[in-house]
Design a protein around this ligand. Structure first.
Ligand code: 16G
Length: 260
């Protein structure tokens, strides 16, 4: 770059980045990038300018640019594609928290294809908390199945499901590969969904979850625990799920209680 170009670039960067502001420079850059996405300057189909170009535009260090990008990746606004570049992420999937639905139904509602890859399957003795949640007798066995859930082939969630063997005797690993557990339970064992209790909390991906979910280790995930009951009020399923924080947004409708 010629000297006059360097000076011009530095002047332009000064206008958009306030070096004297208490707001950190990386944070100011995230704001600029968000605005460019809103204006359509950066879109779903084109990669963001490479790091070195952003370094020149904003006249900051490579580390500052990286921090800004990481922030937006963690928020789910940008997405990194290995060896290709950084892109604007597709909109997050909005998931209602009030209805009792299956992953397969949730995807179908959006016109997406649900998938399930079985990571592990086996019969085991549950620990005390699962025994209590499912109201099991001592020594009662459960099937434990870990499944990676996919939406149009993209990994979205990692689910570990525990069900008493007495609920669905003879359940096999291959029954769960790319099919709906709830449909199977209803069709083969006449289990009818009633209600569920569910908790939701933040969690940072360990290298294990990160690899399966195609995110970086330490990325934000949403950890859900669900106990599902049948129509007679018997708890039949205990599930621990990790949902990608960069691909999901949870929605609830709130009603003011009468008498307030
Ligand atoms: C949802 C449920 C999970 C259930 C699964 C059945 C949460 C946190 N989890 O993912 O408890 O086992 O649906 O889906 O919502 P399937 O019928 O498609 O296998």
């Amino acid at each position: 770059m010629e000297l006059h170009e360097i000076i011009q670039t530095a002047h332009a960067a000064e206008k958009i980045i306030d070096r004297h502001s208490p707001i950190p420079m990386y944070y100011q850059i995230t704001k600029q990038i968000r605005e460019k996405i809103e204006m359509g300057e950066y879109n779903l189909h084109n990669a963001l300018p490479p790091e070195r170009e952003l370094v020149e535009t904003y006249q900051v260090s490579r580390m500052t640019v990286r921090q800004a990008i990481l922030e937006l990746v963690n928020e789910g606004i940008l997405i990194r594609r290995k060896g290709v570049g950084t892109f604007v992420a597709p909109p997050k999937l909005e998931q209602e928290l009030s209805g009792l639905t299956s992953f397969t139904e949730d995807m179908a509602k959006r016109g997406m294809k649900a998938g399930a890859r079985v990571i592990s399957f086996g019969e085991t003795m549950p620990d005390a908390s699962v025994c209590e949640a499912l109201n099991l007798h001592p020594h009662e066995h459960v099937y434990k199945c870990e499944r990676l859930r996919l939406a149009d082939d993209e990994p979205m969630a990692l689910e570990t499901t525990l069900i008493a063997t007495s609920v669905c005797p003879g359940l096999r690993r291959e029954d769960l590969e790319n099919s709906s557990l709830y449909t199977l339970l209803a069709d083969r064992w006449k289990v009818r969904l009633g209600h569920a209790t569910q908790t939701l909390e933040p969690f940072l991906a360990s290298p294990f979850e990160a690899k399966l979910l195609h995110v970086s280790s330490g990325s934000p995930l949403l950890l859900m625990h669900r106990v599902t009951f049948d129509q007679d009020g018997h708890a039949f399923e205990y599930v621990k799920s990790f949902y990608r924080g960069d691909r999901y947004k949870f929605v609830t409708e709130l009603h003011r209680k009468s008498g307030r």
